[in-house]
Design a protein around this ligand. Structure first.
Ligand SMILES: [Zn+2]
Length: 148
């Protein structure tokens, strides 16, 4: 059983987000604590625009919301693809026995050079990933100091 928790944010490089498993219409079956996954809230939505009055919106149905524009009442609605909007889900402990919580995070995209030897981490353990990344940063700082 799952329960939703409050949101925060996770800072990721684009290639890290790319390497994370995607569950946009379901949840990962293995409910391991601190497992993370990405979910595109726009995966099953389309953008809708009226070419007459330029009304713009989104719909969770891929069928247009009726034959007419709700604003100008003209038959001038068109669909467009919405850009992906990512959230990260994480299985977290829950105070109720036998329950596992889900915490949702916004994604903050980091910029920087992609390490040539990048290999995707084990996304089923975010805590370990975070520790590994801190460790990498320490090693990098030490190397930077030695080379200057
Ligand atoms: Zn319209």
């Amino acid at each position: 059983m799952t329960k939703r928790k409050l949101k925060g944010s996770i800072r990721l490089f684009p290639w890290e987000l790319q390497s994370m498993p995607e569950y946009s219409c379901s949840l990962p079956s293995g409910t391991t604590l601190y497992k993370v996954w990405k979910s595109n809230t726009n995966a099953f939505a389309v953008g809708i625009r009226c070419t007459n009055c330029s009304l713009t919106g989104r719909s969770n149905s891929h069928n247009l919301p009726g034959p007419m524009c709700p604003k100008c009442k003209q038959d001038t609605l068109t669909k467009f693809n919405l850009p992906a909007q990512w959230f990260i889900g994480m299985y977290v402990p829950d105070s109720q026995p036998g329950m596992i919580g889900i915490r949702w995070f916004d994604v903050i995209t980091l910029e920087g050079p992609r390490p040539p030897n990048y290999s995707p981490p084990d996304w089923s353990n975010y805590d370990r990933w975070k520790r590994d990344r801190e460790q990498e940063k320490l090693v990098q700082r030490r190397e930077d100091r030695q080379s200057s």
